[in-house]
Design a binder for this molecule. Structure first.
Ligand code: HEC
Ligand code: HEC
Ligand code: HEC
Ligand code: HEC
Ligand code: HEC
Length: 257
């Protein structure tokens, strides 16, 4: 488990210094030492982590080209804490039950007997799931919940990046998932909030909304000012969704329960 070996590089006590430094940075402007420490933080090593998967499944093909929505496969993400990895059956609906059963579902041109799908056919035969390797893995002492984020208007792309452009090489981790990363957004979620209907839309921008277009027409917002356009939408969503106040969002007990 490569992500655990970094525990040997840093002494255990370092783990407890980090949050104190983060708190110091928030309160007293200790920005430079915090930045240096975060740069050394073992958590950052998980950024760009990309394990080799048993099947070279491509999000770029299935999402980017075929246009499947995230929830087609990650079915629990809107109503549960975790985002389910699809079972063999989801793939079989299009890719057939095995090399001898060429599928023709949905009128799609599926290559029968693709060698890349051998582990899928084995899974069908044995009844055991495909052994996908976990990419993101938060420590158990930090509580995370998908539904709490996506139903309030934080898009998948904000945390996971352009998944729809990740190909057969597999998914990689785009953000470090450290405590300071979570808190940076919890302090000012308006910088990231979008209409809840757009959370799985990887290409959404605030310029796609009638509110921003109207503000540009009225001359109160400059065309191309992305930060201002985001704030206009983010503040409206924050109010609509009745997002908790800063105090609650940064309280230790919100994430460590
Ligand atoms: C056709 C099914 C399918 C669709 C549609 C799909 N995914 Fe996936 N996704 C998978 C499979 C299978 C894996 C596990 C293999 C891997 O990690 O590459 C996965 C893995 C992931 C992971 C990494 C999980 C981990 O182990 O940490 C993320 C994040 C993810 N998907 C996000 C998305 C997002 C965002 C969308 C929509 C833009 C999406 N997926 C659409 C099938 C799908
Ligand atoms: C606020 C940030 C955030 C948003 C928004 C978000 N994710 Fe995640 N995602 C995470 C974190 C953090 C993990 C690791 C969770 C863990 O290890 O407990 C994760 C893990 C996953 C996994 C692996 C399975 C799991 O639950 O651990 C999948 C698949 C996934 N996300 C898909 C999605 C999809 C699809 C969306 C949009 C509908 C989405 N995520 C939105 C932060 C986010
Ligand atoms: C909605 C239909 C659909 C679903 C669901 C689907 N696929 Fe696909 N998949 C396709 C199409 C269409 C292609 C492109 C044609 C081809 O390569 O067979 C493709 C191609 C592939 C390829 C490349 C095959 C090759 O030989 O180049 C792999 C690997 C693959 N899919 C894996 C998966 C896995 C794993 C799942 C389940 C997590 C899945 N697919 C779910 C439609 C689907
Ligand atoms: C891009 C912004 C963003 C990021 C990054 C983010 N969050 Fe959140 N988080 C939110 C928003 C917005 C809410 C919804 C708050 C509400 O409902 O009032 C939320 C809610 C939560 C809640 C539920 C609070 C409750 O009781 O309703 C938890 C727990 C949480 N986040 C933990 C985390 C953790 C842990 C991370 C880092 C791994 C993280 N968040 C990263 C924006 C973010
Ligand atoms: C928005 C969510 C969030 C809030 C609020 C939060 N934490 Fe954390 N905390 C995390 C995450 C995420 C991690 C890192 C988990 C990981 O490394 O996988 C973490 C890690 C830690 C660690 C272990 C450090 C390490 O590197 O192992 C301690 C100690 C800690 N937090 C204490 C606190 C205290 C004290 C507070 C309140 C002042 C607090 N946290 C508030 C999300 C949060």
């Amino acid at each position: 488990m490569s992500e655990h070996t970094d525990k040997f590089i840093f002494p255990r006590w370092a783990n407890y210094v980090l949050p104190l430094l983060v708190l110091g940075a928030i309160g007293g402007g200790m920005y430079a030492p915090t930045a240096v420490f975060l740069a050394l933080n073992p958590d950052n090593l998980n950024r760009n982590y990309r394990p080799t998967q048993p099947i070279p499944y491509s999000h770029a093909l299935h999402v980017g080209q075929l246009g499947l929505d995230c929830t087609y496969c990650h079915t629990t993400v809107m109503h549960a804490g975790f985002a389910a990895i699809p079972p063999t059956q989801t793939c079989v609906a299009c890719h057939g039950a095995g090399p001898d059963v060429p599928p023709d579902q949905n009128g799609l041109q599926i290559k029968p007997q693709s060698a890349k799908l051998a582990p899928l056919y084995e899974s069908v035969a044995s009844g055991d799931p495909v052994e996908w390797v976990k990419v993101h893995d938060l420590a158990d002492y930090a509580y995370f919940n998908h539904a709490a984020h996506v139903t309030k208007g934080i898009g998948c792309v904000t945390c996971h990046g352009r998944i729809d452009q990740m190909g057969e090489e597999g998914v990689h981790q785009v953000n470090n998932l450290s405590m300071s990363w979570c808190i940076e957004c919890h302090r000012e979620p308006e910088k990231y909030l979008r209409p809840a209907s757009e959370v799985t839309n990887m290409a959404w921008t605030p310029f796609d909304t009638p509110e921003v277009q109207a503000a540009i027409q009225a001359g109160s917002l400059e065309e191309g000012d992305l930060a201002a356009a985001q704030l206009l939408i983010g503040r409206a969503v924050k109010e609509d969704m009745q997002i908790h106040n800063k105090h609650y969002m940064q309280a230790c007990s919100t994430c460590h329960r």
